[in-house]
Design a protein around this ligand. Structure first.
Ligand code: FAD
Length: 436
């Protein structure tokens, strides 16, 4: 594989947003370079081992289709997905296949380390590849690094955390366990209602994905006896395609910033300590886990929130809660405000009224002070509340796909991203927007 000196579209970061952007731009005929620091793609979906996909259906209508559904279809074909839960390995290979078929050039094990900017235009990026710096020019750049790395390095505007306190959402290291006796687990959950969250569906059809969340008094006792970090609030897992396997979204790492290497290092250590404590607790004290074992911890701690772009429009919590619609809509979502609280901060989950959804305007993908830069996924322009809803995987895929469509159109005509007619973009992604 040869890396060319320039591309129509350069995508920084191969999480679900970057993959969706690259695939769409590639399918639209653009030459695409996708740069990723790890040796695999998927970001939080694989490095973070986040599963399942959050809700993206309203009144039976699927709000996110396109590249997102292609990833799902490829994972199901490998028996790597059950309902909305999936394996990281299936996500990786599904995405590699789609990216290759779309003709995208992938550069893995490559860290973006510098940006060359001329006034309101990014000209090129410097990438650290095997200890040497390579410079590649581009017509349009898409920041899907999760941490707005491209904007940060370019000196373009970004925001971080809560507008008043600066707080960032808690971090979580995912892990996976096997040989769980799910019948025993669910019998216990049915018999001990008060130990679990009310929202839990207790019909427990074991041929489908199930969620188990709570074990309140077990957790409380272990914390009181010094056997579990006081930051862990409850035990939460969902099942995976393999019988008896669970994906745990349980560790709770506070007061650390996921865009700082020093804080991330501390988070990796704290997360692994918590996982060890939780696994020991489950095996020794929780019915159904007697013969279970830890299969793996995620390669990296899960980061919910760091920097986000300051764009032409910032999607607000109000837009989410009121199900606001926009003429320049490029994606839809129905997931509510979901803030995993910090020290001295309550967690918040605020759902939309049943059956409602919101739209995401194209202007939230456009970065202030830049004519050839777009953002998607976690980097989208939003307030902290807006971000907490838009960050989920289906929505990140939809905003990524919209960026890919817009970037390819702008590159083909060699015009600033704002010069592309929004209706032309919408035509390319009709499957993700309300028919107008
Ligand atoms: C603990 C946790 C639980 C969650 N639970 C759910 C859930 O149940 N369901 C759901 O749908 N969503 C969930 N989410 C949200 C969702 O997983 C993420 O917000 C979403 O996957 C983000 O996708 P992204 O593509 O924007 O960013 P990321 O997945 O973060 O991808 C960014 C990519 O950029 C790369 N990168 C960064 N900097 C550089 C650089 N300088 N050079 C090269 N590459 C770089 C990274 O390695 C990474 O691959 C959860 C998130 C977390 C952390």
């Amino acid at each position: 594989m040869e890396i060319r000196s320039s591309y129509d579209v350069i995508v920084v970061g191969a999480g679900i947003a970057g993959i969706s952007a690259a695939v769409k731009a590639g399918r639209s005929g653009a030459s695409v370079l996708l740069v990723e620091q790890y040796g695999f793609v998927g970001g939080m979906s694989t490095a973070g081992m986040v599963s399942p996909f959050m809700k993206h259906t309203v009144n039976g209508e699927v709000l996110v289709r396109g590249v997102f559904e292609d990833i799902e279809r490829e994972m199901r074909a490998q028996n790597g997905m059950i309902d909305n839960g999936f394996y990281a390995h299936a996500f990786r290979s599904a995405s590699f296949k789609l990216l290759s078929e779309a003709g995208c050039t992938m550069l893995l094990h490559a860290v973006i380390a510098g940006v060359q900017r001329n006034a309101d235009r990014i000209e090129s990026i410097s990438i650290l590849v095997a200890g040497r710096m390579v410079t590649v020019a581009g017509t349009v750049f898409i920041d899907t690094s999760g941490d707005a790395q491209l904007l940060f390095l370019a000196g373009l505007p970004w925001a971080k955390g809560d507008e008043t306190s600066g707080k960032l959402q808690a971090l979580t290291l995912f892990f996976r366990m096997g040989n769980i006796d799910l019948k025993k687990v669910t019998d216990y959950a049915v018999a001990n209602r008060q130990e679990f969250f009310d929202w839990m569906d207790r019909s427990f059809d074991l041929t489908r994905i199930i969620s188990v969340a709570g074990y309140f008094s077990t957790v409380k006792k272990a914390i009181a006896e010094g056997r579990l970090s006081a930051d862990v609030q409850y035990i939460f897992f969902t099942t995976l395609p393999g019988s008896g396997e669970g994906s745990f979204n349980t560790s709770n790492i506070l007061a650390l910033d996921g865009s700082s290497s020093v804080d991330l290092t501390n988070a990796e250590l704290a997360g692994r300590t918590q996982v060890h404590q939780v696994v020991t607790l489950l095996k020794n004290e929780v019915p159904g886990f007697e013969n279970s074992y830890l299969i793996e911890t995620a390669p990296q701690v899960g980061v919910r929130e760091t920097r986000r772009a300051v764009g032409d429009y910032a999607v607000t919590g109000d837009d989410i809660k009121r199900g606001r619609k926009f003429d320049d809509s490029i994606a839809r979502g129905c997931y509510g405000i979901d803030i995993h609280g910090q020290k001295d901060e309550e967690s918040r989950m605020e759902h939309l009224p049943e059956g409602d959804y919101y739209e995401i305007p194209l202007r939230a993908l456009l970065v202030k002070e830049a004519v050839n830069v777009l953002v998607a996924g976690r980097c989208i322009s939003s307030t902290r509340e807006g971000h907490s809803a838009l960050r989920i995987q289906p929505t990140s895929s939809a905003t990524g796909e919209a960026c890919g469509a817009l970037a390819a159109l702008a590159a083909r005509s060699n015009v600033p991203v704002r010069a592309v007619d929004v209706r032309t973009v919408q035509q390319q992604i009709l499957h993700n927007i309300t028919q107008r």
